[in-house]
Write a protein that binds this ligand. Structure first.
Ligand code: NAD
Length: 335
């Protein structure tokens, strides 16, 4: 198979590229990434010379740049590329619309013209909006996104659906809960808190810290996408989640405990605008239909993750230099 993976230099995309090269060494993998602040080729250093791996720097909204790749004859496209951070979507929504919606539509159009046989859209549970204290998101839950990020991902999902309904493009959509693990950019909760705790800096927790997320170790997300790619039914949505609900304070406490740091580092800051209260996933469909099950529970995944950041301080030092410092200052000013 010749597989085009977009956003393969980001957090989940790079974990997925490494997973594919390990599990399907005969596949040809083309990684297309624009290398925004979130893209980091360091993540792929171990496979950069693999004979079946190729990196192409390109924007998914740039049709002209992508055309030659589709002309080579692809078997599958897996679209990870996105602007992915809710806080940044509040500061600058326009880039989210361009990459997440227009970029996805560009890939869909090229896929349609090429007669592509497999298109997987990597989406998020955030498109469903927010839950009260009980209940789970199923694939039938109506889309009700609340942030510019989730609205742009929902817009992309609807275009993916439309290309299936209108043109018969063989698409599948995955909607996964919050991921954590190696190579995650330190603007996201878990690496941010690890990084700050290691430096004895304040750990900024939004609002009352009781917002709940369902946490999934990134490798388990990769195995779910693998199954959807190979065995998923066309036109279907598959929710992916680990049934590991934790509120933000619990996550921060786990990190402090593992690192032997005091809870006095926790600092409550003004809540995120439109902050969704709770996400929780019903992943019964992918478990039942495709036989997926996660390998990690929250405790083992967190231990693995914290150890990875301890072993890879140089990676962290490299990504937190330069433009990240500017973002951090703007995001947490007055707090
Ligand atoms: P990330 O921000 O770490 O990586 C995104 C990657 O996309 C980066 O390498 C970036 O350079 C690239 N990119 C951005 N704009 C691009 C463009 N216009 N053209 C080409 N490449 C571009 O994101 P992530 O956390 O790895 O998320 C990957 C995907 O998974 C996203 O689609 C996201 O919505 C989805 N998702 C993420 C989570 C999560 O918890 N992180 C959960 C569910 C779904």
């Amino acid at each position: 198979m010749k597989v085009l993976i977009t956003g393969g230099a980001g957090f989940i995309g790079s974990n997925f590229v490494l997973y594919m090269i390990k599990n399907y060494p005969d596949y040809q993998i083309i990684n297309v990434d624009a290398l925004t602040y979130a893209g980091n080729l360091e993540n792929l250093r171990s496979i950069e010379h693999h004979p079946n791996y190729r990196f192409v720097k390109a924007d998914i909204a740039d049709r002209t740049a992508l055309e030659p790749l589709f002309a080579e004859g692809l078997d599958a496209v897996i679209n990870f590329a996105a602007e992915s951070h809710v806080d940044r979507s509040i500061l600058q929504p326009d880039i989210f619309v361009r990459t997440n919606i227009l970029g996805t539509q560009t890939l869909l159009e090229l896929s349609k013209q090429a007669g592509l046989k497999k298109f997987v859209q990597v989406s998020t549970d955030e498109v469903y909006g927010t839950l009260g204290e009980t209940g789970l998101f199923t694939e039938e839950t109506p889309l009700a996104p609340n942030s510019p990020y989730s609205a742009s991902k929902a817009g992309a999902d609807l275009l993916v659906r439309a290309y299936h309904e209108t043109f018969g493009l063989p698409v599948k959509i995955t909607r996964c809960s919050n991921n954590y693990g190696p190579f995650q950019f330190p603007e996201k909760l878990i690496p941010l808190m690890i990084q700050n705790a290691l430096q004895d800096k304040a750990l900024p927790v939004y609002g009352d810290g009781l917002n709940v997320r369902d946490w999934l170790y990134v490798e388990d997300h990769c195995s779910a996408i693998d199954l959807v790619l190979h065995k998923g039914r066309d036109g279907e949505v598959y929710n992916v989640g680990g049934s590991n609900e934790r509120n933000n304070i619990q996550v921060v406490q786990t990190i402090l405990r593992e690192l032997g740091k005091p809870e006095t580092l926790i600092t409550y800051v003004k809540d995120r605008l439109g902050h969704d209260r709770r996400y929780a996933i019903d992943a019964d469909k992918i478990r039942r239909e495709l036989g997926w099950s996660p390998k990690y529970v929250y405790e083992s995944g967190m231990k693995e993750t914290i150890q990875w950041y301890l072993n890879n301080k140089e990676w962290m030092d490299q990504v937190v230099s330069g433009s990240y410092q500017h973002y951090y200052t703007v995001q947490y000013k007055d707090r």
